[in-house]
Design a protein around this ligand. Structure first.
Ligand SMILES: [Cu+2]
Length: 156
């Protein structure tokens, strides 16, 4: 995704969306989102998290400043960090995606934290989260809900 060229990008997006239906793009701000998924909510809780890769194919740095969804009125941008051997989670005002660069939201790193779910998230559902950027643009992204059993450490 380094030297992108709009016509080819459009074609790539078309192909990708046919194959996996998991690439979302805003042609005006140059943001391309892929590998988006959310976690099934843990039974008895109203919390979940969502992950994706943000590819900024534009010439401008962009900041993800907020996220919103119909599944919850409270979606926050978070980051996991290690402090003295302990995993800590803190809210971020924004995450900057540099021009021609990518930022990955993944377990143990940046993530979208979904609080106060109106309904539990079940595996194989799809939810929509709208990502808002500092240039006032936004992009609607579909997140496939993955079951809790698909956590990384089960694949070792
Ligand atoms: Cu969090």
């Amino acid at each position: 995704m380094r030297n992108v060229f709009a016509p080819v990008l459009t074609l790539v997006l078309l192909i990708c969306s046919v194959l996996v239906n998991s690439v979302f793009a805003n042609e005006s701000n140059g943001m391309v989102v892929e590998n988006s998924y959310a976690r099934e909510s843990i039974p008895g809780t109203t919390i979940s998290s969502a992950y994706m890769t943000l590819n900024n194919v534009s010439k401008n740095n962009l900041r993800l400043i907020a996220a919103s969804s119909s599944v919850s009125d409270r979606v926050e941008i978070h980051e996991h960090t290690m402090e003295n051997g302990l995993m800590k989670m803190r809210q971020r005002e924004y995450v900057e995606i540099l021009a021609k660069d990518s930022t990955v939201f993944q377990p143990s790193g940046f993530h979208l934290m979904i609080f106060d779910l109106k309904q539990p998230l079940k595996a194989k559902e799809n939810i929509k989260i709208t990502l808002h950027f500092d240039d006032e643009s936004s992009i609607d992204v579909n997140y496939l809900v993955k079951g809790l059993k698909q956590k990384k450490h089960h694949h070792h």
